[in-house]
Design a protein around this ligand. Structure first.
Ligand SMILES: C[S@@+](CC[C@H](N)C(=O)[O-])C[C@H]1O[C@@H](n2cnc3c(N)ncnc32)[C@H](O)[C@@H]1O
Length: 228
């Protein structure tokens, strides 16, 4: 894995580790960042497969392209698009698998993002996602203060029940939680202060402590069932 992909990796899981990717699969990485999961996916789907990385930040797309070149994968079927995740402009029913690693919590309209994921997946396609959630409802003023640190990895996190409702209402079936890890105080600090003070103000220590034990990183899979 090239140094640049490791340096800019900001995930909270390893979706390619549990997505059961097969040679030839068409995979879309929602919020590809510096490209680490695009590279891992490209190795799994092989030269007959296809990987598309989507990110709204052109700087991250440039880093991801560099990482792919440094990984020696420039001849593979890999494409990057700068887009918001609720408007990817990918065709309907075009992907076998959508992966995403610690991104959808950052999106203000999660319903729209999951509907977009559902739209671009073929019937029988699947998702493999890592994301962060609150394990319970938290006080609205506390949540609002986290939202003021939106670019941090907790700014847009929502309670877990709301998250699963969003996934189901988008049309997904068979949600299978692969793992669910309560963040330790150290992990919470790193996550809440990501991507760094120069980009977003970190939450106060009091607010961070107030959500200790209430933030989980979840890894899950779900299916777009074929229409009967
Ligand atoms: C925490 S980083 C994770 C990046 C990558 N998945 C990884 O594991 O390293 C979040 C990424 O999501 C992108 N992002 C955040 N909100 C987005 C949105 N609404 N549409 C597209 N990309 C978004 C950011 O630009 C950033 O690259």
């Amino acid at each position: 894995m090239p140094e640049i992909a490791l340096k800019f990796s900001r995930g909270c899981g390893n979706p390619t580790g549990f997505a059961d990717l097969q040679p030839g699969d068409a995979v879309v990485d929602f919020g590809c960042g510096g490209g680490i999961d695009v590279i891992l996916a490209a190795h799994k789907v092989g030269s007959q497969g296809r990987v598309i990385g989507i990110d709204c930040a052109p700087q991250m797309i440039e880093r991801a392209k560099q990482a792919v070149a440094e990984a020696g994968l420039q001849d593979r079927n890999i494409e990057f698009r700068t887009a918001y995740l609720d408007k990817t402009q990918l065709p309907d029913d075009s992907a076998d698998v959508v992966i995403s690693n610690c991104v959808i919590n950052l999106c203000p309209d999660k319903d729209a993002v999951y509907k977009e994921v559902f739209r671009i997946l073929r019937a029988g396609g699947r998702i493999a996602i890592s994301d962060t959630v609150f394990t319970e409802s938290i006080a609205s003023e506390l949540q609002e203060r986290f939202q003021s640190t939106w670019a941090g990895c907790l700014g847009g996190a929502v309670p877990e029940d709301d998250y699963w409702r969003t996934v189901k209402e988008a049309g997904f079936d068979g949600i299978q939680i692969v793992s669910r890890h309560l963040l330790t105080p150290e992990e919470l600090e790193a996550m809440a202060c990501c991507p760094g003070e120069e980009f977003t103000p970190p939450p106060s220590k009091e607010d961070r402590v107030a959500v200790e034990g209430k933030v989980a990183s979840v890894k899950f899979k779900a299916l777009k069932l074929p229409v009967k």
